[in-house]
Design a protein around this ligand. Sequence first.
Ligand code: GDP
Length: 529
Amino acid sequence: MNFKEQIQKRRTFGIISHPDAGKTTLTEKLLLFGGAIQEAGAVKNNKIKKSATSDFMEIERQRGISVATSVLAFIYKDKKINILDTPGHKDFAEDTFRTLTAVDSVIVVVDVAKGVEEQTEKLVEVCRMRNIPMIVFINKLDREGKDEFDLLDELEQKLGLSVTPLSFPIGMGYDFKGIYNIYEKNINLFSGDSKKNIEETIAFDDVSSPELENIIGNKAAETLRDNLELVNGVYPDFDKESYLKGAQQPVFFGSALNNFGVRELLDCFIEIAPAPRAKKAEERVVEASEKDMTGFVFKIHANMDPKHRDRLAFVKIVSGTFERNKPYLHVRQNKNLKFSSPNAFFAEKKEIVDISYPGDIVGLHDTGNFKIGDTLTEGEELHYKGIPSFSPEHFRYINNADPMKSKQLYKGIDQLMDEGVAQLFTLEMNGRKVIGTVGALQFEVIQYRLEHEYGAKCSYENFPVHKACWIEPEDPKNEEFKEFKRVKQKFLAKDKKDQLVFLADSQFSLQMTQQKYPTVKFHFVSEFD
Ligand code: GDP
């Protein structure tokens, strides 16, 4: 198979949802289709249970699982499918945002009874901003839920999507009879058997035929015809180009637990979802088909084994082929690195590979060279864009609680920040260090990991800040900016990249400051070029 065919064969995507909507169940069923696992129950859920928020063994266990499920790859109908795992817990949303920079498309799972939930809104917003193609899967049709059309409205109103259903349920909950597949023009009857891998479908391209009554009964036939007529009247036809541009989102219905509607989703997915796409670097747009290897680090997992200082950096290959033992330029450090044992992922296993293609993820053993966002090339000065840091909303001073271990403490903090666990700010006024996180759980994770992985102890002190935002003056030399810096000195800090950050103590003071200094821009995401 030549290089171009290898690219065309790949589909790298993420599944996003609010916790409990059914992401893990769907992932597992998809793997069953690929023959990558043999039985249900093999994919571990890596969500942190609510009751376990301060149980660190649980956090550690979850980290173990999440390294195993970071990338789940399988082959289905000749396509190489890479599913990138995205944590559902909101305190780890940043991890998910970063993973979304490495996907070419996403599937959004929505619970039929709960509809669009908070986490879904946030994650879809990020995908929308980036025009990532999305398919929506409405799950748990074996249960009573909201009216289908109300759900479709919700997707449009709450998520700002332009949807078009490609399947439509026949009944729901107790009366769930099956699904009409608008895309394939067939009916799939529900039997409620979760063990079934292969579903029987009945070809049905003319729903006006009286045959429909024979198959699903009079009442259901009438309702289905009415519903399909409404779908036809209200929603545009599916248009692949619009989907690929992120301007239209097809919707499927089903029940992941019963493995129902999953094959339809997967079959449509491999047909319409994009192969690895071009990616913007600061310098230029890089096509997947370019010969030279380029890739970027979107995730780092450190210290899985406390006895060895091991880190695994996850690199998404954007262009060219990544080869074992070939030197690549680590652009930020301006040095060449070779990797003798790059890992590829297959189902839940990782193994050493000689060659990887665009769309693939390789796991590189690292001794501390990598940070999230680093770019590897064959010599070109290239910096991939699009790994944003989000405005943290929880802040604490971090102090050294064991003066004999300050070296360990700083090393630990440094590495945890490289991993993207939290952000470190240094106050302009007095040089004190402040940790900012998106979720409160991170403080406990940091304290625990500093102690267990680095032998260092830290303590925290409250730092009442509402939000951090990155500052960009229209003109660094103008009087307004100088005044801003003088007046607000108490609230200014630098992040790790030496970018200026404003720490607002309330929403009100943020607004007042924005009004008072109109030529100073306040950004809520660190990537604003
Ligand atoms: P995640 O948090 O999004 O990964 O959700 P899970 O896949 O862990 O599912 C959450 C719960 O919903 C579990 O108890 C699943 O068994 C259940 N579930 C998933 N899919 C379905 C479905 O189609 N029907 C029903 N009734 N339950 C489901």
